[in-house]
Design a protein around this ligand. Structure first.
Ligand code: MLT
Length: 243
């Protein structure tokens, strides 16, 4: 099994992902919010690339959620705070989800053979899923407008560290090695490090300290969200289940 990390989605088009097993990470905050919504009973989360498309497909029992410059978008029901996706607000609902980097990275990787959604909140569960699959995998860091972001790379390194501790013979590309090393240097104090990242500082300034506290929890849940037909879920459709 070989691990690779894409430090930003910039150099990969949609076809790059076909036949790959991909894990998408946007710690602050998109994939943490997806995990929170599904953990609290959302039926599915539908990531979209544009605000216009989000508006177009919203309606009925859907929740329209997302952000621009970290703030809730006018006309949307929710922003992109994982704390908004409470059980009361989300259970049984479809969440149409638009964000600056995270939802776009999820859409970019949509042709993956397997696409999983990871954050610190569900990191060991995703690690165990990858071990079970026992295939080469690619971790896609959503980054920040095509640029490197420390928090996604650290989370990628942590994911690799957990897999490496539970298996033998894990091969690493240079980017995977770099992520693992970086995590060993500054991945211990997750909350402290998140507060020091560029986006973490912006979120603190915007009053989202509680989000950072929530997002920094390791293994808050054991769900492994996956993308199927454009929607992120945690349950396989009844008709797809083996007898
Ligand atoms: C993104 O997708 O860029 C982020 O989730 C932004 C945010 O913190 O809301």
């Amino acid at each position: 099994m070989k691990a690779h990390v894409l430090l930003s989605p910039l150099n990969a088009d949609e076809l790059f992902f076909s036949e790959k097993t991909t894990v998408v990470i946007d710690v602050l905050r998109a994939t943490s919010s997806v995990v929170a919504a599904l953990q609290n009973g959302a039926r599915e989360v539908i990531p979209v690339e544009t605000m216009e498309f989000a508006m177009k497909i919203s309606g009925g029992q859907n929740i329209l959620a997302g952000e621009r410059n970290s703030a809730k978008i006018e006309g949307f029901d929710f922003g992109n705070s994982p704390l908004e996706f409470t059980e009361e607000a989300t259970a049984g609902k479809s969440v149409i989800f638009y964000t600056t980097n995270g939802s776009k990275a999820l859409v970019r990787a949509k042709f993956s053979k397997n696409l999983f959604v990871a954050s610190y909140l569900n990191i060991t569960a995703v690690a165990e899923k990858l071990i079970e699959l026992n295939e080469d995998f690619l971790i896609l860091c959503a980054g920040d407008n095509g640029m490197f972001s420390l928090e996604d790379t650290l989370c990628a390194g942590k994911l690799i560290e957990i897999i490496d501790s539970k298996t033998s013979g894990l091969e690493l590309t240079d980017a995977a090695k770099a992520s693992l090393k970086l995590n060993s240097v500054c991945g211990e104090d997750i909350l402290g490090t998140l507060k020091e990242t560029e986006h973490g500082k912006e979120l603190l300034e915007a009053g989202f300290e509680k989000d950072l506290e929530f997002i920094s929890q390791i293994d808050f849940t054991d769900i492994v969200p996956f993308l199927e037909s454009g929607a992120i879920k945690i349950k396989v459709k009844e008709e797809d289940k083996a007898d």
